[in-house]
Write a protein that binds this ligand. Structure first.
Ligand code: A3P
Ligand code: MG
Length: 259
């Protein structure tokens, strides 16, 4: 991390939205450096995961020492279960795509959960030089596609989403990283992101915070609430979509299930 290149904004000390953005961007800058080192495959994945975790852990320890942290890359400290403020972070989401330069579909996730609510979040897409956040909530552009576009996992697309797409004549848009797929809906690259079959709180906490601030609908695929900072951190399915599509998607799941 080069603090000269990226001086800390003053707001970072007092504003959780500003901290989330800055921390995600610092980890993103480190990830771009790691990606330039000439590593490949598993070595590049491991170096990326470790480097981004190191940056975020250090910044959280320095600037939010009283808060708890739930990270994909750290031992789960269950003290978070009785804490009021918990940062839910995924230092590198889309690790697979990170290890396949020049792919751009990988992200850094930083979210803050306070007493049951996701109150702040940032999703940095370092390869794009973009960070989406609750600091400056995005105004979702008007829909540019007549056909519904559903973002799905590039490597693990759920089978039921293909049936859903066939029923509503939608197009599937495969890409890596949960954060990137949620931001695709925020940016009008897709109209919905539908996932099932496995995921963890860190994969979607920050993306959901950002999407909600942008006015998008976020829920489990059966329409129930997404609940964070649980003992079991699996959160295997979700929908993020333009509000007008929610009933169609949830209705399909209620009629057909997700098998
Ligand atoms: N079936 C599954 N089980 C567990 N994790 C899954 C999963 N499908 C997706 N994920 C996780 O969700 C993130 C986005 O996946 P995808 O790109 O396939 O949509 C990835 O996070 P990480 O890259 O942080 O591991 C991936 O590990
Ligand atoms: Mg992840």
């Amino acid at each position: 991390m080069n603090s000269e290149q990226s001086p800390m904004p003053e707001a970072v000390t007092t504003d959780d939205h500003a901290f989330a953005v800055w921390a995600a961007e610092q980890a993103g800058a480190r990830l771009l450096e790691v990606r330039a080192q000439g590593l490949e495959g598993r070595a590049l994945k491991d170096a990326g995961d470790a480097a981004a975790q190191e940056v975020l852990a250090a910044l959280l320890a320095e600037h939010r020492p009283d808060d708890r942290v739930l990270s994909e890359e750290a031992v789960d400290d269950k003290a978070r279960l009785s804490a009021s403020r918990v940062w839910i972070i995924d230092p590198l989401d889309g690790t697979r795509e990170f290890s396949e330069p020049p792919r751009e579909d990988w992200a850094v996730h930083v979210a803050l959960w306070v007493d049951g609510v996701l109150v702040a979040g940032a999703v940095a897409q370092p390869a794009l030089g973009e960070t989406f956040s609750t600091l400056n909530p995005v105004v979702v552009p008007p829909r540019t596609s007549e056909k519904v576009r559903i973002a799905v996992s590039r490597s693990r697309p759920p089978a039921f989403v293909e049936k859903l797409a066939a029923e509503i004549d939608a197009e599937l848009v495969p890409m890596g990283s949960a954060g990137v797929k949620v931001m695709a809906v925020v940016r009008d690259v897709a109209d919905a992101y539908v996932h099932a079959g496995g995921q963890y709180e860190w994969d979607n906490a920050a993306p959901v915070a950002v999407a909600r601030a942008a006015g998008l609908l976020c829920s489990r695929v059966d329409g129930s609430e997404l609940v964070y900072n649980k003992d079991d951190v699996q959160l295997p399915d979700l929908i993020v979509c333009r509000p007008e599509l929610a009933e169609t998607i949830v209705g399909f799941v209620r009629r057909h299930g997700i098998d």
